[in-house]
Design a protein around this ligand. Structure first.
Ligand code: SF4
Ligand code: SF4
Length: 149
């Protein structure tokens, strides 16, 4: 196989990807849209099993993706530089895996050709979380999870 025959995520760096390729690289797991709490003393970021109120907890898609910054100011619009600096992206996250020199897993939609495999493999947050719509902000710490979903 020549280099040009390799899929884009194997032959391009994150910086070299087109906007479309960048978006396709997201596996649609929804994990990064879980509410997180930061310990003020240790700076440790803990995930909760509470999903952002704009995340559809079945499809794992954002309900207002293109305008999300207007509604959720602290929603990160990630870019290659950020991927290198934030340490809380899930270990399964495709962007993190590429930065770490790993390839995509079989369940990634780009590999399987099926958007459902991320759910079938139990990687996505489907059926594992509650929407922030039903949780008071003060109660979030009761939902901290030890490990990632
Ligand atoms: S954790 Fe990574 S792969 Fe999963 S939804 Fe977020 S950005 Fe996409
Ligand atoms: S606004 Fe959308 S992209 Fe941002 S955390 Fe919420 S669901 Fe995720």
């Amino acid at each position: 196989m020549t280099d040009m025959e390799n899929p884009f995520w194997e032959r391009k760096s994150l910086e070299q990807m087109t906007r479309e390729e960048w978006e396709l690289l997201c596996d649609g797991c929804g994990r990064c849209c879980l509410e997180k709490l930061k310990d003020e003393d240790t700076e440790k970021v803990s995930y909760t099993s509470v999903a952002c109120r704009y995340l559809d907890t079945w499809t794992c898609k954002c309900g207002l993706y293109d305008e999300r910054k207007s509604f959720v100011p602290d929603c990160l619009v990630i870019n290659p530089e950020m991927i290198r600096t934030i340490d809380w992206l899930p270990v399964t996250c495709a962007y993190r895996r590429i930065i770490e020199g790993k390839n995509l897993e079989w369940w990634h939609p780009l590999v399987s050709g099926d958007a459902d495999t991320v759910h079938q493999a139990g990687i996505s947050i489907r059926e594992k979380v509650i929407s922030a719509t039903y949780v008071a902000e003060d109660d979030l710490d009761a939902y901290i999870i030890d490990s990632e979903i």
